[in-house]
Design a protein around this ligand. Structure first.
Ligand SMILES: *[C@@H]1O[C@H](CO)[C@@H](O)[C@H](O)[C@H]1NC(C)=O
Ligand SMILES: *[C@@H]1O[C@H](CO)[C@@H](O)[C@H](O)[C@H]1NC(C)=O
Length: 131
């Protein structure tokens, strides 16, 4: 009985923590938007807005591919130098010519709060300029 009460209290604390935590990197992705198509070898400007003023840096932007429950990490981190300031609001990414074309790409932003933000899926095509 005592154990059950402790478990219940632990659960309450977890729920409260969850509610206070934004559970994202402190940003909302705006580009690439849903169903956008980008081409290999072209520069694409990734953009976001700020949702949490306390979050200051994006530590990692990964390129991921596939279904939500079975994501493949294609590029662990496209930030070539270091973390970037969230206040930059954009990052220019030259899409590697080596990526396999596909319609199920996304990105994973990991903030300095250790939480993640995912834009919707976008497509990478083989040739041509960005749409
Ligand atoms: C890379 O990071 C170093 C140290 O923070 C900085 O001095 C330099 O300007 C950065 N280079 C680029 C290309 O961002
Ligand atoms: C990113 O690309 C855009 C469009 O080419 C350019 O205006 C901007 O200055 C670039 N930003 C950086 C940080 O290089």
């Amino acid at each position: 009985m005592k154990f059950a009460l402790v478990s219940f209290l632990t659960l309450c604390v977890s729920v409260v923590t969850f509610a206070q935590n934004p559970m994202n990197a402190g940003i909302a992705s705006t580009h690439p938007p849903l169903n956008s198509v980008v081409a290999r070898s072209f520069e694409y400007t990734i953009r976001w807005g700020i949702t949490d003023e306390n979050a200051k840096f994006i530590d990692t932007i990964s390129v991921i591919k596939g279904e939500a429950l079975a994501l493949d990490v294609i590029i662990p981190n496209i930030l070539t130098n270091a973390s970037i300031a969230i206040s930059d609001l954009s990052y220019n990414w030259t899409i590697p010519a080596t990526l396999t074309p596909g319609a199920d790409y996304s990105l994973r932003f990991i903030g300095d709060n250790s939480d993640t933000t995912y834009p919707p899926y976008f497509s990478i095509k083989q040739f041509g300029p960005v749409h």
